[in-house]
Design a protein around this ligand. Structure first.
Ligand SMILES: [Fe+2]
Length: 225
């Protein structure tokens, strides 16, 4: 992705969050100079990979297959200083028909919450032992209510509704066409995007950035460790 595209996507996200009265921590807006100045006090942010995370899943079609994420808090799987924190919170933004591809998490259990905006569609499959899409029915908890759905069924979450996604349950999601962009909350166990995602199709998680203009906002991957 070009840096100019990343800048524009984040600016749009900042405006969307403001419109929905969702405030981010101050470090969401720091310049590269500010990050450099605060180098010694930002160990937790860097180690636990907090901050902006824009992805096109390496496919180069962000509007069709992409996601805006901001990791607000997170622990760390192994670092003794941060592994006592067993939870993670993210805010995500999905546009109409913008897909997050089919994947599961090896260890992470996550609640996906429609916080505001349009309607969120999520499709589910169990995984076979070989990592294929299973044909048996899927049991999920929607706002604490147990639901059994067919393999490949799509549920719709309206604002305020949520679903709990256990490890190894395949899911893909997008915002419903004609209903608007969705502000998605994610509350989960510790998140490690470098090891915990299993995409059904071989795709990437983090984009290559082409530096065509200076960064207006820094991605977590820009900040370093
Ligand atoms: Fe997920």
């Amino acid at each position: 992705m070009k840096r100019s595209e990343v800048n524009a996507i984040i600016q749009k996200a900042v405006d969307f969050l403001k419109d929905h009265n969702f405030s981010l921590p101050p470090f969401a807006f720091w310049s590269a100079r500010e990050w450099a100045r605060r180098r010694k006090e930002t160990q937790e942010i860097k180690k636990c990979m907090l901050g902006w995370d824009i992805t096109d899943f390496g496919l180069g079609h962000f509007k069709k297959i992409g996601l805006v994420l901001f990791t607000i808090r997170n622990g760390h799987m192994t670092d003794p200083q941060f592994k006592e924190k067993p939870y993670c919170e993210k805010i995500l933004i999905a546009d109409e028909d913008q897909m997050t591809p089919m994947h599961f998490h090896w260890n992470k259990m996550e609640d996906i919450i429609n916080r505001a905006g349009g309607e969120l569609k999520i499709q589910f499959y169990n995984s076979t032992r070989a990592g294929q899409l299973a044909r048996d029915r899927v049991v999920i908890s929607v706002d604490g209510l147990c639901r059994t759905i067919a393999a490949g069924a799509i549920i719709t979450l309206k604002p305020g509704e949520s679903v709990c996604i256990p490890p190894k349950l395949y899911h893909k999601f997008w915002a419903a066409r004609g209903k608007g962009t969705v502000l998605i909350g994610e509350v989960s166990k510790i998140n490690d995007d470098t090891t915990d995602n299993r995409f059904y199709e071989k795709i990437g998680r983090f984009p290559e950035i082409e530096e065509d203009v200076p960064a207006r906002y820094l991605l977590f991957s820009d900040i370093g460790s």
